[in-house]
Write a protein that binds this ligand. Structure first.
Ligand code: PLP
Length: 462
């Protein structure tokens, strides 16, 4: 199975090409040429998360890796998780369960996508006898998951830009206390958008690369990250309903990657009722699903910083697959004028949304209240991102049939200030988070200008 761009100008790519390239050459996002289908009866015979991954992942990778190679890779891919099946399912009451995705080493769900990405990067680099630089910007959890996933591979050096901003001390320290010779954390005197501009420049100019070296993107548009996330939707459905009844999933979202993984699992054959698209005050997705208005606005800082975005990059995949029925020309048209001209889908197409999607926007006040409520009612402490998804379920419950799964994307101990200010207590901090306060931070300070940064990378790329 091969891949192609949502904008029609980059086609018939192998999995490995898509993996190493990230973004398509025409600026679009890669999609599989067709949706591979699952056999639910076969899935019902499987038990562990690893069984599921071994069934799902090879469906996307055959154009580049043999099933034996992938099985071997998957044996050591997801590491340092505190749960044997990586995730944990907690029932809140008869109709609601929490899918805890934060038991990996960086205590957020991004370990699923990025550990898989790093393992495939490394396998590809080794067989081509090449090395790579990972260069990215982060406003929250992507950076720590990318650093953690890549640090064990000598073939990869990571340079991550952190804007001065809204991330928690825990999130920052997770990156700056990694004591590894192939990891560099750069604190930039600027915004996340400034950092993104520098990253984009690096990808177009490639100034610091040696011959035969890859520049790798770890942002959430890389298809491999979606694959890693598809696996836990199948696992949760198996454990909760054995695919006998369709479930609802409430997903706290920013860049729409996690929602798109849910949609992908459904397209592959997973029974699904509704996807709840739960956002904070950065509500471009809610404005679209409720009002057909996908227009860029300024980012505001919230208590759920990992969802503070102005545009949701993976949304382009939904425009392409769901709204235009894979018409690359139409998709291209929407995106060639965006963000100057907001995206508005033809009403007849847009009205399909309600078959599958519900959305809700939760402000900081309601987020904190949802955290307090769940603590009181269920003795369950949620992180602020999870609370956004939980609040959305409460608000939309009249529109939901059957069981609902709330995705918990981060451990509450990553956001101690928010928890503390809400008058709540963190009971158990994972070891991986408590040790970072005893370690020395290693950080390099830079103004928001590309030249000094590119020079730094060149001099550390010997
Ligand atoms: C990244 C992140 C999100 C948003 O995920 P998307 O795939 O970008 O929608 C939500 N919660 C947490 C804790 C995150 O780190």
């Amino acid at each position: 199975m091969l891949f192609h761009s949502t904008r029609g100008g980059d086609n018939n790519r192998t999995f490995e090409e898509v993996l190493m390239q990230g973004l398509a050459s025409d600026g679009g996002l890669f999609m599989p040429n067709e949706w591979p289908q699952v056999d639910l009866d076969h899935l019902r015979t499987l038990k562990t998360f690893s069984d599921i991954a071994n069934y799902i992942v090879p469906k996307f990778t055959k154009s580049s890796f043999s099933d034996e190679e992938v099985t071997e890779l998957l044996n050591s891919t997801w590491h340092n998780f505190s749960e044997e099946n990586l995730v944990k399912i907690q029932n809140l009451d008869e109709s609601n369960a929490i899918l805890e995705l934060f038991h990996g080493p960086t205590a957020a769900f991004k370990d699923f996508g990025l550990q898989l990405a790093a393992a495939f990067f490394n396998m590809s680099l080794n067989r081509q006898n090449k090395t790579a630089i990972v260069f990215g910007a982060t406003s929250g959890d992507t950076g720590s998951a990318a650093i953690d996933a890549c640090k064990r591979f000598d073939s990869i050096k990571s340079f991550i830009l952190l804007p001065e901003g809204n991330m928690s001390d825990v999130q920052r320290r997770q990156m700056t206390t990694v004591d590894s010779p192939n990891v560099y954390t750069l604190l930039i005197d600027g915004t996340f958008d400034d950092c993104q501009t520098i990253v984009k420049k690096a990808f177009s100019e490639r100034p610091f690369l040696k011959n035969d070296q890859f520049l790798l993107a770890v942002n959430s548009i890389n298809w491999v990250r979606i694959i890693g996330q598809i696996c836990y939707y199948f696992y949760a459905s198996l454990k909760i309903s054995e695919f006998k009844e369709p479930l609802n999933f409430s997903v706290p979202t920013g860049n729409f990657g996690n929602v798109f993984a849910c949609y992908s699992a459904h397209k592959m054959g997973m029974p699904l009722n509704k996807i709840l698209v739960a956002v904070n005050d950065n509500n471009i997705l809610h404005r679209f699903f409720s009002n057909n208005d996908y227009s860029k606005q300024k980012v505001s800082e919230t208590v759920s910083p990992s969802m503070d975005i102005s545009i949701a990059s993976n949304f382009e995949r939904l425009v392409y697959d769901f709204y235009t029925n894979r018409n690359a020309k139409s998709c291209m048209k929407f995106y060639s004028d965006f963000p100057e001209i907001p995206i508005k889908i033809e009403d007849s197409m847009w009205s399909k949304s309600k078959d599958l999607f519900l959305s809700y926007c939760v402000d900081d006040f309601s987020t904190v209240n949802a955290m307090k409520d769940s603590y009181t009612d269920f003795n369950y402490l949620m992180d602020p991102h999870t609370a956004v998804a939980s609040k959305a379920v409460e608000q939309l419950k009249d529109k939901l049939e059957g069981k609902t799964v709330i995705l918990s994307t981060a451990h509450p101990a990553k956001f101690p200030d928010v928890i503390h200010n809400a008058g709540l207590k963190i009971k158990d901090t994972p070891d991986s988070l408590s040790v970072i306060f005893d370690k020395k931070e290693k950080i390099y300070n830079f103004p928001a200008s590309k030249d000094a940064i590119f020079e730094f990378i060149t001099s550390h790329n010997k």
